[in-house]
Design a protein around this ligand. Structure first.
Ligand code: C2E
Ligand code: CA
Ligand code: CA
Ligand code: CA
Length: 278
């Protein structure tokens, strides 16, 4: 199932043991990519399991490189993180996603949440809160329509600083979701003290719903945990009707996955929205 995310285009995948010179050329190309405007965001709908309506979108970065063609984020985000290029790239993602969401609202589409992935390096960069404030001011997006996705690992690292930052985001009215939940090592005591809104069940557990590898038990436990902590819970990587009905049955709030739609360019995303009658 992992390969399916890549079947729609040819991806350059340097793998883990990428050669030094290849990494260097990736780095140089990444540096130029922002100037050349080679990045683009695709949007994957998040659907309410009760109503079947789209309630949010996750912005997923794509790199349309002159040298390499369409490059998967799994291939270039690690290089961007190592070199620090994730800071300007991440800033571009945040600004573009907020501006796009505001533009959709101005066009009269039903307001939706936009979820933006934030890497550890970005989150820990001094001035990150200031940047988020600035982008919201610039784009005039109401903070309630922005959700920051941070991984369980980031959330658990550097406890007190993270708690303070999350409190600051809460104060601003921004939503926070914990991405890839279940793959890290959350302290449940700590989790219960965190001012967060959403748990995103990692897709590996969703895939295990049908395979019989304890996926059902893990997913049930995470949904229950979220309910107990009064958090919203969203399943990602939902590919089959079987997975979807299991999640519905367990009262999972939302889902995201190929069953509904893959991540698509903005023009295609618009076709999936319901336009408000003007
Ligand atoms: P993620 O945040 O866990 O995003 C989910 C990934 O699963 C996406 O891959 C998405 O296209 C894919 N996916 C969605 N539905 C399904 C499904 O039903 N089945 C399967 N097998 N896969 C599905 P993508 O777009 O290749 O992104 C990979 C990772 O790259 C993301 O994982 C995220 O960690 C990172 N990433 C993407 N965009 C950004 C960004 O703007 N900033 C940062 N820092 N990281 C990003
Ligand atoms: Ca994510
Ligand atoms: Ca995820
Ligand atoms: Ca992931």
């Amino acid at each position: 199932a992992k390969e399916r995310g890549r079947n729609n285009c040819q991806f350059f995948t340097p793998g883990l043991n990428i050669k030094a010179n290849q990494r260097l050329s990736t780095e140089n190309s990444l540096r130029k990519a922002l100037i050349r405007e080679e990045f683009v965001l695709h949007y994957q709908p998040q659907v309410n399991l009760d109503t079947g309506h789209i309630v949010g979108l996750e912005a997923l970065l794509r790199w349309n490189s002159v040298e390499f063609g369409l490059v998967s984020p799994a291939a270039f985000i690690p290089v961007a993180e190592e070199t620090g290029l994730i800071i300007p790239i991440g800033e571009w993602v945040l600004r573009t996603a907020c501006a796009q969401n505001k533009d959709w609202q101005d066009q009269g589409f039903i307001p939706l949440r936009i979820a933006v992935n934030i890497s550890a390096r970005q989150f820990q960069e001094p001035g990150f809160i200031k940047l988020v404030k600035q982008v919201l001011q610039e784009t005039k997006l109401d903070p309630q329509w922005l959700e920051l996705e941070i991984t369980e690992r980031i959330a658990m690292e550097k406890g007190e600083i993270t708690l303070k930052m999350l409190a600051a985001f809460k104060e601003l009215g921004i939503r926070i979701s914990i991405d890839d939940f279940g793959t890290g090592f959350s302290s449940l005591n700590y989790l219960s003290r965190m001012p967060i809104d959403t748990l995103k069940i990692d897709q590996t557990f969703i895939q295990d719903i049908s395979s019989g590898d304890n996926g059902k038990e893990v997913v049930t436990a995470i949904i229950q945990l979220a309910k107990n902590l009064q958090l919203k819970v969203i399943a990602e990587g939902v590919e089959t009707n079987n997975q979807c009905s299991f999640l519905k049955d367990k009262l999972c709030d939302e889902m995201q996955g190929y069953l509904f739609s893959k991540a698509v360019p903005s023009e295609e995303a618009e076709k999936l929205f319901e336009r408000l009658a003007k």
